[in-house]
Design a protein around this ligand. Structure first.
Ligand code: HEC
Ligand code: HEC
Length: 258
């Protein structure tokens, strides 16, 4: 028999784990919405539409969330043919203007997916730079720390896969595990420079590694943090903006009153 106290301890532990898990998944879901919208836009829309670069096969979609209502957009994107057939004047006019090609009906996309695409447009998402396109010199202290933690495995990579230091060393003074398979990376940033290293990090360096697939390797944030860490190790002078974190301690003199 398992003693009662042990069982309740286990229940408490389960509850704590579930709570942590729930807290972690909520922000991740919001981020994956935006990522989903971006993927859909790239795969299904850019063949015919630009965002801010003019008419292609269909109209430029920049500003579309301002020139049309959300209801109209939801209806039109899911079924432009139905909207045209219903005699909707805007749809009919567009159809006449772009008569060489008709927009396919995207009825396999859920209303939620279309809503997330519209949010992405409203925030000028397609024009935003990817985090990993930033130059390493702009890294904050937190990002440098993140890069270091990811490299040495104290923080896990979002898409799984082994920490970099299981195969790479990165100069003296850093804990090295069995870093032997891959080359030492302490000066790799100097050889590649910023842009080429970003490109290099888009694909796993060790393709035979069964844990990682080419599609899901590093998130752009992770890639940037790792690049910045390698840049720092290679001696790039990063000003590292330190976020103000002392305020909490200063504003709370602990005399028990408010
Ligand atoms: C095969 C080409 C093609 C693809 C792919 C395509 N569209 Fe279109 N789109 C058009 C055309 C052409 C029009 C103009 C209306 C018409 O002729 O049907 C249009 C019109 C639109 C409009 C109305 C624009 C305005 O100014 O009011 C929106 C919004 C839109 N498309 C969104 C999308 C989204 C979102 C995707 C991807 C999920 C997409 N389109 C994929 C061809 C395409
Ligand atoms: C399973 C072992 C392994 C892991 C894990 C690994 N690498 Fe590598 N890496 C290699 C090997 C092997 C090479 C050499 C590949 C080649 O030269 O074709 C390499 C090459 C590189 C290079 C280019 C080095 C040069 O001199 O051209 C960079 C940059 C790099 N890895 C970064 C990373 C980062 C960042 C991580 C962690 C996200 C990582 N690697 C994880 C094995 C690994």
């Amino acid at each position: 028999m398992i003693p009662k106290s042990w069982r309740s301890l286990r229940r408490a532990a389960c509850f704590a784990i579930l709570t942590i898990f729930a807290c972690l998944t909520i922000p991740v879901l919001a981020a994956s919405d935006a990522a989903g919208a971006k993927t859909i836009f790239r795969k299904r829309c850019t063949a015919c539409h630009t965002f801010g670069k003019g008419v292609k096969v269909g109209p430029d979609l920049k500003g579309v969330t301002e020139r049309r209502t959300r209801d109209w957009l939801l209806r039109f994107i899911r079924s432009s043919s139905g909207t045209i057939q219903s005699g909707d004047p805007t749809a009919t006019k567009l159809f006449r203007e772009f008569k060489q090609e008709r927009m396919p009906d995207w009825d396999d996309l859920s209303p939620e997916q279309i809503a997330s695409i519209l949010d992405y447009f409203a925030l000028n998402g397609p024009e935003q730079k990817e985090p990993d396109e930033r130059h390493a010199i702009t890294a904050t202290a937190d990002e440098l720390k993140m890069g270091r933690d990811l490299f040495h495995g104290s923080v896990r990579l979002t898409h799984g896969g082994r920490a970099c230091d299981t195969c790479h060393s990165i100069g003296a003074g850093e804990p090295v595990r069995d870093g032997s398979l891959g080359p030492d990376l302490s000066s790799v940033y100097r050889r590649y420079q910023d842009r080429a290293l970003t490109d290099y990090l888009k694909r796993p360096c060790f393709l035979r590694d069964p844990e990682v697939s080419t599609n899901h390797y590093l998130s752009p944030q992770e890639s940037f943090a790792l690049k910045a860490y390698m840049a720092q190790r290679a001696g790039l002078a990063i000003a590292a903006v330190v976020p103000p974190k002392e305020t909490a301690g200063k504003t709370a003199p602990s005399n028990g009153t408010k």
